[in-house]
Design a protein around this ligand. Structure first.
Ligand code: NCD
Ligand code: ZN
Ligand code: ZN
Length: 445
């Protein structure tokens, strides 16, 4: 069977044998009619596909709160279809598609178009994020209510790529989305403290490399302001790609006050540090920038103790001609979907900072809840949608950027050895990805 399995028979019955059901012991799963029909010790019905999951961990399908799919506008870098294939290969069953496309997702029609492109691809649920401001210009609120009431039922709003810098607009947006339990996901970057040129963590290294500095305080001041706006409005605010120990402190304090704040961390901020910039390789240029080891440690601790709610990829594909430039001119952003789970397994599970049940919470349950996706992030229990991923926790592989389903190659993990490999992904019972030989037909036929 190929690597990406599409158009599988919707009537297919599948038995997954002997998986480690993260936190709930070892057992079989019977998938039928798009649902988990039985859990425990299952007899395979005649004609069922039987998957030997001995030694594999089954997790609820992963949910990415932060994906850039580039369609419409930059189909040379990614399309909804190619990004969906990358997501399925990474174990995801749902992604939130960021609004910084061209045109921007700032109307109900634009949101419905993204939703429909996702359905046509059929590999993951593609849920559009709506822009907070028209054209991401930061001046006028977009049609938040119309996007919320559209077929796309938008709940997450973000100007990601840009910060909603105007406090008055941010306050209005928070007040507005409260009516439908929406959330504003903030790209926290004060444009006066870190402008569009800022591309290296501000410190000794940025001085030595002669790169414009992006200080942690440019993030922290916005996070601090926004949690106070969330407290004032009683609305939900979400911190996108949190990158510093200081931001973590603010979020920890805010949660202790009962403020409705959530935060996500990217795989790259959990593993990579600013000293990778010494070779001026633009693959490591990202917003917010890679930080020093102290910040990485603080982010790992905050994810482990739940201060940071979720891992989100910030998958940011870029075409060669945008990325392969002198460091200062190259585009910001790196790929994330295909390696996210392996990175989390390598830096969090292997050293004992998180269990697989914790991974399910941080990469499926909590992101689904934050985004208001009711059919995702559900436990693997009878009657629940059969959205799941099978992971080989012990398998190790070296990342090769050429293997990607993404149309882009800006993969910061290229050449690295990671542990924990996705073996198969199922969306409502249909296999959307298979790696290697996991399936035998008709055990009891
Ligand atoms: N993360 C990035 O460096 N780039 C993102 C935008 C963003 O997330 O800010 C992109 O759209 O390329
Ligand atoms: Zn961003
Ligand atoms: Zn982003």
């Amino acid at each position: 069977m190929g690597d990406n399995v599409t158009g599988a028979d919707a009537g297919q019955v599948t038995v997954i044998r002997g998986a480690d059901l993260a936190g709930a012991g070892r057992g079989d799963l019977l998938l039928r009619d798009g649902l988990v029909a039985e859990v425990g010790s299952v007899r395979a019905p005649k004609g069922a596909a039987v998957v030997d999951a001995d030694g594999l961990v089954a997790l609820p399908g992963l949910v990415d709160l932060h994906t850039h799919l580039r369609e419409p506008g930059r189909e040379d870098a990614e399309t909804v279809r190619s990004g969906s294939a990358a997501a399925a290969a990474g174990g995801f069953t749902a992604v939130l598609a960021m609004a910084n496309t061209s045109p921007v997702t700032d109307t109900a029609e634009a949101a419905e178009r993204v939703l429909d492109l996702g359905r046509a691809a059929g590999l993951v649920d593609v849920q559009p994020v709506g822009a907070v401001t028209k054209g991401l210009a930061g001046e006028e609120l977009a049609e938040l209510g119309l996007m919320a009431r559209s077929r796309a039922a938008v709940r997450v709003f973000s100007d990601d790529g840009k910060c909603v810098h105007d406090a008055r607009l941010m306050r209005r947006a928070l007040e507005y989305v409260k009516a439908f339990d929406g959330v504003v996901s903030q790209h926290a970057q004060d444009p006066r403290l870190a402008d569009g040129q800022a591309c290296c963590h501000e410190g000794e290294l940025s001085g030595r490399l002669g790169l414009p500095g992006w200080p942690g305080v440019a993030e922290e001041t916005i996070v601090a302001r926004d949690v106070m706006l969330a407290r004032h409005t009683g609305s939900r605010v979400h911190v996108a790609h949190v990158s510093t120990a200081g931001s973590v402190e603010v979020v920890r304090w805010a949660k202790a006050q009962g403020i409705s704040v959530t935060a996500e961390v990217t795989p790259h901020h959990l593993m990579l540090t600013t000293d990778l910039l010494t070779d001026y390789d633009p693959v490591f240029k990202v917003n917010p920038p890679l930080r020093p080891q102290e910040d990485v440690e603080a982010l790992r601790a905050a994810l482990a103790d739940g201060t940071v709610d979720a891992v989100a990829t910030d998958h940011a594909p870029h075409a060669r001609h945008d990325k392969e430039h002198a460091f200062a001119e190259a585009a910001f952003g790196m790929l994330g979907l295909e390696q996210a789970l392996s990175v989390v397994a390598t830096v969090m599970v292997q050293p004992g900072l998180m269990t697989w049940a914790d991974v399910a919470a941080a990469m499926s349950t909590r992101p689904a809840r934050i985004a208001g996706l009711t059919g995702q992030g559900r436990p693997l229990e009878p009657g629940e949608p059969a959205n799941l991923v099978l992971v080989d926790p012990a398998a190790t592989a070296t990342v090769d950027r050429a293997d990607s389903r993404s149309l882009s190659r800006n993969n910061p993990w290229h050449g690295r050895e990671l542990t924990g490999q996705v073996r198969a992904t199922y969306l409502r019972g249909t296999q959307t990805h298979e790696h290697g030989q996991t399936q035998q037909q008709g055990e009891s036929a």
